[in-house]
Every structure is written in structure tokens, then in C-alpha cells.
Design a protein around this ligand. Structure first.
Ligand code: NAP
Length: 289
């Protein structure tokens, strides 16, 4: 068996076209241009690349983005004051604080300051809680991107055995909750899981987000499984790879996402989707121009 290699770049392109059409409609009907404010603190090179990519993607679909840069010496009070200003600014529909933040700053306090209706990353406790009862305002972008990929490939999750490897607050846990909402039977694995393979081999759909190259090898995968590799790892020779041993597993799976070119392009795409969604909600509340 040779798996269908899911083309995340092509799916992202299609979804971005739809997002761009929604942005044009907002402008025509409500004279509203969706706005995203991005706060970045310090000079972490990976964060700088992510923020640059997000700003470029915004411009492509008709979202105004404003990147605000702060020195690593910025205080928590200064950041909170900045977020409160953005909360009150009607031209800003989404606010994103690029993580990580310096250790002197409480990530939780910063994220809780973002107005719930502008929390396009979906990390505010209100949005996290919404996931539990299936009433999320903003689904977190990476698991939301995985959900879109599955929908696009016509892969139903209802009644399926799904194993999620990784239990972080930004990927694994929200992914598991979103899949439960769609009536999958979900197992969530983490570092302390005894015999990971016992869980992965059961999976009709295997979602891996551990940040460990080659964690998943063919013997751990059921024949015909759908394998979604969220991991992004930089190898010593500079190449990027996921958490799944792609060559071997792609001979056993029915579908597989490559790294790069699988889940990655969808994460930024779902940020655009959430930002336009926030602008649509704000415009409808205000009424036509
Ligand atoms: P994280 O916060 O480091 O969490 C990793 C999770 O994997 C933790 O729950 C950890 O368990 C678990 N884990 C680690 N080693 C494991 C092992 N050997 N067996 C079972 N579970 C293991 O990372 P994250 O932010 O969720 O990101 C995960 C990966 O996805 C990273 O490679 C990251 O770069 C990538 N990522 C990709 C995108 C994208 O757009 N494609 C977006 C976000 C993240 P414990 O909880 O027990 O520590």
C-alpha cells in the first residue's frame, strides 16, 4: 500500500481563496477591513520568522496586520496596557501574542488580558473552556487546521479510534477535545504513557504532535490508518522533519501528511480564518455601513 500524500499547501491555498472572498465581502457590505495586531517580545529568530509569515499571509488575503515589537526588557504592565488599548480599538479584530514570552512575564496573565472576542489564537481560558462543551468562538489554529485537512480529504472521524500523541495545551489537548466533539473515540498519549505502540496501533486516525523525530515507526501504525504529522523538527543537517518516519509509514498508511507541506501551512491559514471570523462578528453587531 502506498499512502495518499496530503497536500497541505494546496488545501491552504484553496481555504485562503475563500477567506479572501469573505474579506472582500466585508469591505463591500460593511466597509470593514479585518485587522490583526501581533505582539512580539524579544528577538527569538523562530518567532521572527513566524510573525513575518503571518504578516505576509494577512496581506495576501486582505487583512491589515500591525506587528508591535517590544524589547525583552518590557514589563508585564506595559504589555497589558498595550493589549487593553488594542481591545478598545475597533479597527483591530484579532490580537495575537507570539509565544514564547520572556520568563519574567506571566503568559497566562497576558493571554487573559486579550478580549475574548479578539482572541484569534484561541488561548484565552474562555475559548479553552468553550472547547470542552463544543461551543468554541475561536478554535486554536493548529488543531483547527488538522480538522480542516480531514474535512477536505472527506475523512470522517465519527466512531473512529483516534490516537493523539502529545498533550500540550496548544495542540494535543485541544485536538483531542475537537475530535471528541465529532464523536471519535480518543486516546491521548504523552511522555508518561507506557507502551505508546499499544495505543498507536489501534488508531484509525493517528495525530502526532510530540516534537520528536522518528517517534512513530511503521510497526506502530495500523495498515490503512490516516496519519497526521504535526511535528516540526530541525535535524542537525538543517533539514526539517516531522515526528513520523515518513518513508516507512507512508507504505502502510492510507493517507499521510508530509513535513514540511502538511499541517504547517494550515496553521497560519486558520489564523486568517479566525481573524476574518472575528471581523465578521464585529461588523454584524455594528450593522451595515
Ligand atoms: P510541546 O508543548 O513540547 O508538547 C509536546 C507533547 O508531546 C507533550 O504533551 C509531551 O508529553 C508529548 N511527548 C513528548 N515526547 C513524547 C514521547 N516520546 N511519547 C509520547 N509523548 C511525548 O509541543 P507542542 O507545542 O504541542 O508541539 C508539538 C510539535 O508540533 C512540535 O514539533 C512543534 O514544533 C509542532 N508544531 C507544529 C505546528 C504546525 O503548524 N505544524 C504548530 C504547533 C506545533 P508531556 O505532556 O508528558 O510532556
Amino acid at each position: 500500500m502506498s499512502a495518499v500524500i496530503i497536500d497541505g499547501v494546496a488545501i491552504a491555498r484553496k481555504v485562503r481563496t475563500e477567506i479572501s472572498e469573505r474579506a472582500q465581502k466585508l469591505l463591500a457590505q460593511y466597509k470593514v477591513v479585518p485587522g490583526l495586531a501581533v505582539i512580539i517580545v524579544g528577538n527569538d529568530p523562530a518567532s521572527a520568522v513566524y510573525v513575518r509569515n503571518k504578516a505576509r499571509a494577512c496581506a495576501e488575503v486582505g487583512i491589515n496586520s500591525d506587528v508591535m515589537r517590544f524589547d525583552a526588557t518590557v514589563t508585564e504592565a506595559e504589555l497589558i496596557a498595550q493589549i487593553e488599548k488594542l481591545n478598545a480599538n475597533p479597527a483591530v479584530h484579532g490580537i495575537l501574542v507570539q509565544l514564547p514570552l520572556p520568563p519574567t512575564i506571566s503568559v497566562r496573565r497576558i493571554l487573559e488580558t486579550i478580549a475574548v472576542e479578539k482572541d484569534v489564537d484561541g488561548f484565552h481560558l474562555y475559548n479553552v473552556g468553550g472547547l470542552v462543551i463544543g461551543d468554541t468562538v475561536f478554535p486554536p489554529c493548529t488543531p483547527y487546521g488538522v480538522q480542516k485537512i480531514l474535512e477536505h480529504e472527506n475523512i470522517s472521524v465519527e466512531g473512529k479510534n483516534v490516537t493523539v500523541v502529545g498533550a500540550s495545551n496548544i495542540v494535543g489537548k485541544p485536538m483531542a477535545l475537537m475530535l471528541m466533539q465529532k464523536e471519535a473515540t480518543v486516546a491521548v498519549c504523552h511522555v508518561k504513557t507506557r507502551n505508546l505502540a499499544e495505543y498507536t496501533i489501534l488508531a484509525d486516525i493517528l495525530v502526532v504532535a510530540a516534537g520528536k523525530p522518528n517517534l512513530i515507526v511503521p510497526q506502530m501504525v495500523k495498515t490503512g490508518a490516516v496519519v497526521i504529522d504535526v511535528g516540526i523538527n530541525r535535524l542537525p543537517d538543517g533539514r526539517l522533519c516531522g515526528d513520523v518516519e515518513f518513508e516507512g509509514v507512508s507504505k502502510k498508511a492510507s493517507h499521510i501528511t508530509p513535513v514540511p507541506g502538511g499541517v504547517g501551512p494550515m496553521t497560519v491559514t486558520m489564523l486568517l480564518d479566525n481573524t476574518v471570523g472575528a471581523a465578521e462578528r464585529a461588523a454584524k453587531l455594528r450593522g451595515p455601513a
